[in-house]
Design a binder for this molecule. Structure first.
Ligand SMILES: Cc1ncc(COP(=O)(O)O)c(C=O)c1O
Length: 386
């Protein structure tokens, strides 16, 4: 092969994700993996049975309809109405995707021209940077800084240029746990309307909020026609491997996103779509107890990290805790996370990998608490030995 690199310029520098490196380290060292955000127990038994039944009954084993099966699109529309008071037409305003990840990719690929600027909350979930790059667009970070991790709204206004096409939001926010307030969202929405910007909002942690409330920006004045809302079944129902996600938006936006989506996967997860339709209709008690269970786990891990000497930023939402390792006499989260499995048998993720401004995240480290209580207790005991 010639001198030209195989990987194209847009993706240069985006090699293996940190999750692959850290999960491999967890396996190699037999460590407790509090790095990647997946639960170590599956979601409700009856929902797993619904998926098994769908396979055995021949539901969804062949290509389902491109936009998703009607039963699931209807259940998604009902969910948006039930929890957020938003009404969407299941036929034209709902699209089923291969997880939120495909929804994010399809939305960015559909809505961006090369050279467009995308303002995104930094630290970013790692697929945002890659998908903005694949679209040939330019990411413009709005950095959330410790200790509060709130968006600086004056700074946001200053970042808008004639090339800004869209705002990419994530609330509740991974990895900081920030839940954008009604006032913050109102200010962001007003800016979007003023400058005629599109908004993509990643709401995969919408049901994992411990203080305050999740507010959908699509509900604000002038926002319905410019907002692509994205969520998925992975986090809410503890089936991250099923990869069933969705988009709700106005018909023209859904149509644009569907155009890109149909050439990415076309369709996916046929039988799981039937099961997720049932999951979305679970009673309120399911959602309340999911939250209560995670709140207990958040406090268990946060208290343990605090006792072990970390500075803990207790999250308002998601199942991640961001910590600062400075009080432990450490400066560099990447070095710290590479050494941590050897030192005490726990794996975490350095937040620096989610930042363009790596100085802003250098001493921050993220732990997940979506694990069984006994696993968290063991992790806390091990971290206590640091
Ligand atoms: C903010 C955020 N968005 C999207 C995803 C991916 O969602 P899915 O598994 O549905 O593709 C994750 C998973 O960790 C996430 O943290």
């Amino acid at each position: 092969m010639g001198a030209r690199p195989l990987l194209n310029r847009r993706l240069a520098g985006m090699g293996t994700t940190i999750f692959a490196e850290m999960s491999a380290l967890a396996t190699a060292t037999g460590s407790i993996n509090l790095g990647q955000g997946f639960p170590d127990t599956d979601g409700p038994r009856e929902i797993a049975e619904a998926a098994a039944r769908a396979v055995l009954d021949g539901q969804g084993n062949q290509y389902p309809p491109g936009p998703g099966i009607p039963e699931l699109r209807t259940a998604i529309a009902e969910h948006q109405q039930r929890f957020h008071g938003l009404s969407y037409d299941p036929d034209t305003e709902v699209l089923v995707t291969a997880g939120a990840t495909e929804a994010i990719a399809a939305a960015l690929l559909a809505l961006l021209e090369p050279g467009d600027e995308v303002i995104a909350l930094e630290p970013f979930y790692d697929s945002y940077a890659a998908c903005i790059a694949m679209a040939g667009a330019v990411r413009v970070p709005l950095t959330l800084r410790a200790p509060d991790f709130r968006p600086d709204l004056d700074r946001l206004r200053a970042l808008v240029t004639p090339r800004t096409r869209l705002l990419l939001l994530n609330t509740p926010h991974n990895p900081t746990g920030t839940v954008l307030t009604a006032d913050e969202l109102a200010a962001i929405a007003a800016l979007a309307v003023e400058h005629d910007l599109l908004v993509i909002v990643d709401e995969v942690y919408e049901h994992l909020v411990f203080s305050g409330a999740h507010h959908p920006i699509a509900a604000l004045p002038g926002m319905r026609e410019r907002t692509v809302s994205i969520s998925s079944a992975g986090k809410t129902f503890s089936f991250t491997g099923w990869k069933v996600g969705w988009v709700t938006a106005s018909a023209p936006l859904v149509s644009a996103v569907r155009t890109a989506k149909q050439y990415l996967t076309y369709v996916s997860a046929g039988p799981f779509q039937y099961a997720v339709a049932e999951a979305l209709r679970l009673p309120d008690s399911y959602f309340t107890s999911l939250r209560a269970d995670l709140l207990r786990k958040r406090d268990l891990l946060a208290d343990g990290l605090d006792a072990a000497g970390f500075r803990v930023f207790r999250p308002a939402g998601t199942y991640f805790i961001t910590t600062d390792i400075t009080p432990l006499g450490e400066k560099d989260g990447i070095e710290f996370c590479r050494a941590l499995p050897g030192r005490c048998g726990v794996v975490a993720i350095p937040n620096a990998v989610f930042y363009d401004d790596s100085a802003a995240g250098r001493s921050l480290v993220r732990f997940t608490f979506c694990k069984r209580v006994e696993v968290l207790e063991e992790a806390v005991a091990r971290l206590g030995r640091l």
